[in-house]
Write a protein that binds this ligand. Structure first.
Ligand code: IPE
Ligand code: IPE
Ligand code: MG
Length: 246
């Protein structure tokens, strides 16, 4: 892999309007592999380079948070071999990459349910990566693993009940405080790769006012330049939040 540094700032991007938080549905790895006559799992493996390169792209332009959808609460429906591959792959990815990401100022966090189906060894790696990188400030890489937008909202409701929050105190603020990562701003920009036009249960609460960009690129082909293209498109959008133009 080429040394990700130095990280030049791309001329097409306006420095003042860089999104603070970008979220990506990393989709199309299975199709990428099938088109090459490979097993679907080969596509997941090939996506590692995309993730690392995109993370360095986010660092280069000063994005402060990057959330990536790695495994959904619905992905358990896949064949057991593929699920097992994904568990091992994500554990290996953390083992291989956490030290370089740490050295480059990336804080790694996770969003999702830590239920019995997630192997203990992977949970340990996740805790280790989070602990190692917890004081880093340049970029937060939030890995959505065993994540579902509906599950997150259910978990918020459970917390509200557990905390005995009175009905009158239940509002957007008390809900937000109980999200998996309340410290992260809502994503400004959500990208989905592979030409699919759906949300697939990603960040349902958080993306209420995100700008959505759909790319035909399959995830294993995605590189920082594709992130830059999406940011340039984002910078041409007009965000109104329900108001009117001045
Ligand atoms: C996304 O790629 C990765 C995960 C869901 C884990 P897919 O595996 O969904 O690839 P396609 O959509 O089948 O091509
Ligand atoms: C969404 O992709 C989940 C991840 C990228 C982890 P899927 O491939 O699972 O979504 P659907 O099934 O096409 O909606
Ligand atoms: Mg898919």
């Amino acid at each position: 892999m080429p040394d990700p540094r130095p990280l030049p700032f791309p001329a097409a991007i306006e420095r003042a309007g860089v999104p603070r938080h970008v979220a990506i549905v990393m989709d199309g790895s299975g199709r990428w592999a099938q088109r090459r006559g490979l097993a679907r799992t080969e596509g997941h493996g090939a996506g590692e380079e995309s993730l690392v390169d995109t993370t360095y792209g986010a660092l280069a332009v000063g994005v402060k948070a990057l959330t990536v959808f790695a495994f959904s609460t619905e992905n358990w429906r896949r064949p057991v071999d593929e699920v097992r591959y994904l568990m091992n792959f994500n554990r290996g990815l953390l083992e291989r990459r956490q030290h370089e990401l740490h050295a480059d100022g990336v804080r790694i966090v996770f969003s999702g349910r830590r239920d019995w189906r997630v192997p203990k060894g992977l949970l340990r790696r996740m805790d280790e990566a989070a602990e190692l990188t917890k004081n880093n400030k340049d970029l937060t890489l939030n890995i959505a693993f065993n994540y579902g937008g509906r599950a997150e909202i259910v978990d918020v409701v459970r917390e509200l009940v557990k905390d005995k929050v009175p009905i009158k105190k239940i509002d957007e603020k008390t809900i937000r405080q109980r999200l998996y990562h309340p410290e992260l701003p809502d994503p400004d920009l959500v990208i989905r790769t592979s030409g699919e036009y759906r949300i697939s249960n990603f960040l349902l609460w958080e993306m209420a006012y995100s700008e959505l960009i759909f790319s035909d690129v399959l995830w294993p082909d995605f590189r920082r330049e594709d992130l830059y293209d999406a940011i340039v498109k984002y910078q041409h959008r007009e965000r109104r939040y329900g108001g009117v133009d001045e």
